[in-house]
Design a protein around this ligand. Structure first.
Ligand SMILES: C[S@@+](CC[C@H](N)C(=O)[O-])C[C@H]1O[C@@H](n2cnc3c(N)ncnc32)[C@H](O)[C@@H]1O
Length: 320
């Protein structure tokens, strides 16, 4: 970072809003899919999806200047290593994230206001994020696909822990079950999983298999009993009061030996780059927060859990 001139660093940050929107448009128009079998003219791409050819050319040219697509002859674009990630069959759910960031997230972030900690998503859309998703099933589907991407590493982390071999593992707010499915593939055969989430999640229950079931409900009311509770990217969606309420719901149903496995970012001290420092601003507008190590400890202890270990984005805790 230090060899980037300070003005260039400022410009790179400032143009972020246009880059985010351009990526969202390219994802929504499925440009990477259209280029999957080779270079094509922008006129052809525009004709296929009803875009204005000149506008699309300018958007793709800007993206290509940062390595997303390449203009290999005037007005003719091809995929690059980066734009290939926007193809639907590639790992990581990049098109879904680009859609959300270039759409609803961007609209809410544009309302960010330093005078208040009020969730701006709520003010802008006149409803909270989860109710907005429930009212917009296409966005809910995109969100569930986005969250399902890239679960292998978390699944491996969970599978590497010690398991007795007959536990029930509840993924609280487990979305469409992608994490628990990936985990069970790597875990002892006697383990069973329960994916617990809101009824409106878009999921294929036939893909869950007989070791997994889906239970609908709200984690502010009751969660199914389990030997281990996984909370992946849940608590960061909520401020301390609501996050404590979720933990207390779990604590109320947990046995004395139940384990809590929290998969979240831990914001490091200092100025080093860290994705969670930026993701925290999205959490700010939807009403949550990313947390530091002391903040995680305090949150879990307040709700009746003791921390056994915090390492590399996995917080292991047990009932106290
Ligand atoms: C950021 S996503 C994380 C999904 C998944 N755990 C993962 O790691 O990809 C948060 C999840 O919490 C769920 N959620 C939100 N409010 C809930 C509630 N009141 N009860 C149960 N689940 C809820 C959402 O539906 C969503 O699937």
């Amino acid at each position: 970072m230090s060899d980037v001139p300070p003005e260039a660093r400022l410009w790179d940050l400032m143009r972020g809003t246009m880059a985010t929107k351009a990526l969202g448009i390219a994802a929504d128009l499925e440009v990477a899919e259209a280029l999957a079998s080779g270079p094509r003219s922008v006129q052809e791409l525009a004709r296929e999806n009803g875009a204005d050819a000149e506008t699309l050319q300018r958007i793709l040219r800007a993206l290509a200047s940062d390595g997303v697509f390449a203009e290999e002859a005037p007005g003719v674009f091809r995929n690059t290593e980066a734009s290939d990630f926007f193809r639907r069959d590639r790992p990581g759910s990049w098109p879904e994230f680009a859609h959300l960031f270039g759409g609803a997230f961007m609209e809410a972030i544009a309302q960010m206001d330093p005078r208040t900690s009020e969730p701006m998503f709520h003010r802008h859309f006149e409803t909270d994020f989860w109710s907005w998703l429930a009212a917009n099933p296409d966005e809910r589907r995109t969100f569930d696909l986005a969250m399902a991407g890239g679960k292998d590493r978390s699944a491996e982390r969970l599978a590497a822990l010690e398991w007795r071999g007959d536990e029930v593992v509840v993924d609280v707010g487990g979305g469409n079950g992608a994490l628990l499915r990936a985990f069970l593939e790597r875990a002892p055969a006697g383990l069973h999983g329960i994916v617990f989430d809101l009824p409106e999640t878009v999921r294929d229950e036939t893909a869950l298999g007989d070791r997994l079931s889906f239970v609908e409900g709200s984690f502010f009311e009751e969660v199914p009993a389990g030997d281990a509770y996984v909370l992946s990217a849940i608590l960061h969606d909520w401020g301390d009061e609501r996050a404590t309420a979720i933990l207390r719901t779990i604590r109320a149903g947990a046995s004395a030996r139940s384990r809590l496995l929290v998969i979240e970012s831990v914001i490091p001290p200092g100025n080093d780059p860290n994705g969670a420092k930026w993701l925290d601003l999205l959490m700010l507008v939807i009403g949550g927060k990313e947390r530091t190590d002391p903040e995680w400890r305090s949150l879990l202890e307040t709700a009746g859990f003791g921390i056994d270990e915090i390492e590399d984005g996995l917080i292991q805790a047990s009932c106290r």
